[in-house]
Structures are given as structure tokens and as C-alpha cells.
Design a protein around this ligand. Structure first.
Ligand code: NAG
Length: 381
């Protein structure tokens, strides 16, 4: 007896439920019984040939299983022979059977090493993000530098990576509470999107500043709009998250407590990200063109233009650093090298921001030296 579409209910996930590797149904669910038989003990194992319902991916393993109470188990069943279209199973009893393909998992040592690399990289990134945040908050910057986007970018990065690290470390415990897992993935969605929105706002402010380079003293503007900026920045992200929840209510809480990839829900993150990356690219190209033409036209105030130009290039570098990892993330499934590169680049975004805006800034470097001196004078040996 073959139960059509039953494989969608008695899913492959009911096989070895504790292991995280991917499992796929390779056959429909079938039952075999002997009518009018009083003796259920078989003298010989029963052999049956099962037709595959999807392509067998070589390198994976096949299991003949039978349904017992609440799960698929192997006990007493085995694969006799197999080719690309059929598999012969042998079982010592009659029951409800299926054929399951299990993706061969990477060796556990490999996973552990990857996890360690991830933890170390994220912690290093968090330390430098905090340093950058402290610098932005407490250093005296020239008037005209609007720190609000940068500070919020750092806050978003810091909370996003911290929450991500904690979620991944306690994944086993969190996954038992489906609601918590969904809520956490919602927060992660919000925080990672915030990073991009703040990066975009920073580029827009810079764009306005470049356009107004000769007319308006942009110091006043910056002070005026801080609170407004914060409402706008987080408001946009909140709207995106709300729309995502409204359109696909069950989209949060995948098996890694992130966005589910089914039904294209992942695009509620990747969509806005691609959109912002595209807009930013246009903004930067237009800024560089404007700056170059202004530089050639005018000799007055050249130093201020040059400073702005440096700022544009720094922000451009920051944009590349923040945008790249997510583009890489499209390829991580296919190669180990890409995965390692993604882990490193993604966790070091704060470090790059610290390098670009703090270490490579003469004034801030001077300020650091001053702080160091003050520190050592206050604590003599
Ligand atoms: C099923 O195949 C096995 C191995 O080839 C064999 O020993 C067994 O007798 C077969 N069962 C039947 C009922 O033919």
C-alpha cells in the first residue's frame, strides 16, 4: 500500500531528530501486511524495491526506515542495493516503511573549530566596536561632523553581533521554545537592518554636506536634526519589520533562530540590504563626481573640500566593509573558504570602523595620546 503525499506529514525530520544534518524523503510512505496471517514472525527477511521520488545526491547516505510510534527508525531494516532510480530494502518485519536520504555531516571537530573561530572573531569585533563607540561618544569632533549615524551604527552593530553570538551559543536551549526563537530572530532582523539604515543615513548626510559645501555651514544643521534622525532611522527599520511580520507571520524562527528561507522570507532582509547598497553606490558615485568638479573649478577653501573628500572615501571604505560580507553570504553554502572569510569579515565590521574613523584620524590619535598620558599620570608607580 502506498500513501500518496503522506511523506509530507511523516517527514524525514522524524528520523534521528537529535542530529542537525539535513534529511530528505526519497520515497513515498508504504505499508506491507500479510492478510489472514496469524504468525507475524517472518522466516526470511522481506525484500522490497522502492522507487526514488527525487534525485539521489551522491556522497549522502540512504536509510531504509520504518515508522514506530512517533519516529522513523532503522532497527532491523537495511539497504540491500541501490542505483540512481531504485533502492532494495530488506526488513525483518512488516510495517510502514520509507527511504530517507541523510546529508553527510561535516566532522564534529570541524564544526567545533568553526565555532571557536566564530566566537573569538565576534568577541574581538565587539571589543573594537565598543572602543569606536566610546570614541564617537566622548571625543571632541570638529563641528560639522554629525556623529549620530555613526554612534547608532556602532550601537546596532554591537547589539546585533552580541545577540547573534548569544543566540548561536545557546541555540539548543532556545530552540525548545519556538516563540522565544521567533522573537529573537525578529530582534536580529531589526538590529542587522538598523546597521544598514544608519550606514545609508550617514551617506545621505555626507551627500547633503558635499552638495552644500559652499553655501551652508553644516554645523548648525547637524545639531538640529539629531533627534529627528534617530526617529527616522529606527522608524524605517521598524516599518520594514512590521511589514515582514504582517506579510508572512510565520517567517521568523528558522532552525538557527534566524529568518526562514522558505517562501523567500529571507528577502525581507536581503531585499532592503540590496536596495540600500544600490542607493549608497549611486550616492558615492555622485559625491565623487561633485567633489572632483568642485576641486577643479575652485581654488578657495580647497582644504575644506579636501577634508570632505577624505571623509567621503572613508565612508566609502566603511560602506564596502559593511556591504561585502552580506554579498559573500550568498556563496557560503558552496565553499568552506567563503564561510571562513564571511565569519571574519562579518565579525570585524566594528574593527574596520574603528580603524578608519579613529586610528586613521590625526586628531583622534592625538586625543588618545592625551588620554593615555592622563591615565598614567593619575596612577604613578
Ligand atoms: C532477501 O534478500 C536477502 C539477501 O539477498 C536473502 O538472504 C533473503 O532470503 C531474501 N528474502 C526473501 C524473502 O527472498
Amino acid at each position: 500500500m502506498s500513501y500518496i503525499t503522506m511523506e509530507n506529514l511523516l517527514k524525514a525530520e522524524f528520523f534521528n531528530p537529535s542530529t542537525a544534518v539535513k534529511k530528505t524523503m526519497m520515497s513515498t510512505v508504504i505499508s506491507a501486511i500479510l492478510l489472514n496471517a496469524t504468525n507475524t514472525q517472518l522466516t526470511k527477511p522481506v525484500n522490497f524495491t522502492i522507487k526514488h521520488i527525487r534525485e539521489f545526491v551522491s556522497g549522502n547516505s540512504l536509510f531504509c526506515v520504518y515508522w514506530k510510534n512517533t519516529e522513523w527508525i532503522v532497527d532491523g531494516c537495511s539497504v540491500l542495493e541501490t542505483n540512481s532510480n531504485y533502492t532494495v530494502c530488506s526488513c525483518v518485519h512488516l510495517s510502514t516503511f520509507a527511504l530517507i536520504m541523510q546529508t553527510s555531516s561535516s566532522p564534529p571537530e570541524d564544526d567545533q573549530r568553526m565555532n571557536l573561530l566564530n566566537v573569538v572573531a565576534v568577541i574581538v569585533g565587539l571589543v573594537f566596536t565598543s572602543l569606536a563607540l566610546l570614541t564617537f561618544a566622548f571625543c571632541r569632533w570638529k563641528p560639522g561632523v554629525n556623529n549620530v549615524p555613526r554612534i547608532n551604527l556602532c550601537i546596532s552593530l554591537l547589539s546585533a553581533h552580541l545577540l547573534f553570538l548569544l543566540t548561536q551559543q545557546f541555540l539548543k536551549h532556545i530552540k525548545t521554545h519556538q516563540v522565544l526563537c521567533g522573537v529573537l530572530s525578529g530582534f536580529l532582523h531589526f538590529l542587522f537592518l538598523s546597521c544598514f539604515v544608519w550606514m545609508f543615513i550617514e551617506a545621505v548626510l555626507l551627500y547633503i554636506c558635499v552638495k552644500n559645501l559652499l553655501q551652508i555651514s553644516f554645523g548648525q544643521r547637524a545639531v538640529l536634526s539629531s533627534r529627528f534622525l534617530i526617529v527616522i532611522g529606527y522608524g524605517i527599520v521598524l516599518v520594514i519589520v512590521c511589514i515582514s511580520v504582517g506579510l508572512v507571520p510565520g517567517g521568523y524562527g528558522s532552525d538557527k533562530c534566524w529568518l526562514k528561507e522558505e517562501k523567500g522570507f529571507i528577502w525581507s532582509f536581503l531585499g532592503p540590504v540590496c536596495f540600500i547598497l544600490a542607493l549608497n553606490t549611486i550616492l558615492f558615485i555622485s559625491m565623487i563626481i561633485t567633489l572632483n568638479s568642485t576641486l577643479t573649478k575652485l581654488n578657495a577653501e580647497v582644504s575644506r573640500i579636501k577634508q570632505t573628500r577624505i571623509l567621503v572615501f572613508k565612508t566609502l571604505a566603511q560602506f564596502v566593509v559593511l556591504g561585502c560580507p552580506w554579498i559573500l553570504s550568498f556563496f557560503t553554502k558552496h565553499s568552506k573558504m567563503m564561510e571562513i572569510l564571511f565569519v571574519i569579515l562579518n565579525s570585524q565590521q566594528g574593527t574596520f570602523i574603528f580603524l578608519i574613523h579613529c586610528v586613521l584620524n590625526n586628531e583622534i590619535r592625538r586625543q588618545y595620546v592625551k588620554w593615555m598620558r592622563a591615565l598614567f599620570q593619575n596612577h604613578p608607580k
